[in-house]
Design a protein around this ligand. Structure first.
Ligand code: 2AM
Length: 180
């Protein structure tokens, strides 16, 4: 089985901004720059045949390029095991892209988790004992004004996730450029 997901990649300038943010947060495990991305659809474990169908679904997407901006920080999950993620400024074209991708996947009979699409970029993972709720709240407050961007959305990528002892490693399997 192949663990896979569709995501947007981030330009170097934004990776640098996130790296500075990570350095300013005194707890948690920062994600390495090559592991930072904005997930559009998590596919889970796929057979090669289903992954091929997902690939074909993505090839039919053809939106015009646009850009998004990262904005604010949030805790997703609990301080004892959640993640700290950068939010994304409201952008209808991003929601439309995620929706278009999901409906094409559904057309290929690929079912995704039902949860609502919540665009974010995970920047740090927390484990028990890293930080208590008060400290997390203080840091989130301090960085509430975090902004990074623009993130040009000129295509999307299909990634394979390799799970290992040192954490997940992501491999770009395919890229689907958008035509202006
Ligand atoms: P995350 O950024 O919130 O950790 C590869 O694991 C990507 O898919 C990550 O970006 C991760 O989101 C997302 N992902 C992993 N498991 C998921 C799940 N069960 N549901 C939704 N997204 C998931």
């Amino acid at each position: 089985m192949i663990r896979a997901f569709f995501a947007l990649t981030l330009p170097d300038a934004v990776l640098d901004q996130i790296e500075r943010l990570q350095a300013a947060i005194p707890f948690g495990r920062p994600l390495a720059p090559e592991n930072l991305h904005l997930t559009l659809a998590f596919l889970g474990e796929m057979t090669p045949e289903t992954l091929e169908a997902a690939h074909e679904a993505a090839e039919t997407l053809a939106p015009a390029p646009f850009a998004v901006e990262l904005r604010g920080l949030e805790l997703m999950g609990r301080p004892s095991g959640g993640v700290i993620a950068a939010g994304v400024a409201e952008e209808p074209r991003l929601d439309a892209l995620a929706k278009g991708l999901r409906s094409r996947l559904a057309g290929m009979r690929i079912q995704l988790p039902r949860e609502r699409f919540r665009p974010h970029v995970t920047v740090l993972r927390l484990k028990p004992g890293d930080a208590d709720e008060a400290l997390v709240a203080r840091i989130l407050g301090r960085h509430a004004g975090f902004r990074a961007g623009p993130v040009p959305v000129t295509g999307l990528s299909l990634f394979r996730s390799w799970l290992g002892a040192g954490g997940a490693r992501y491999e770009e399997l395919a890229r689907y450029p958008f035509v202006p």
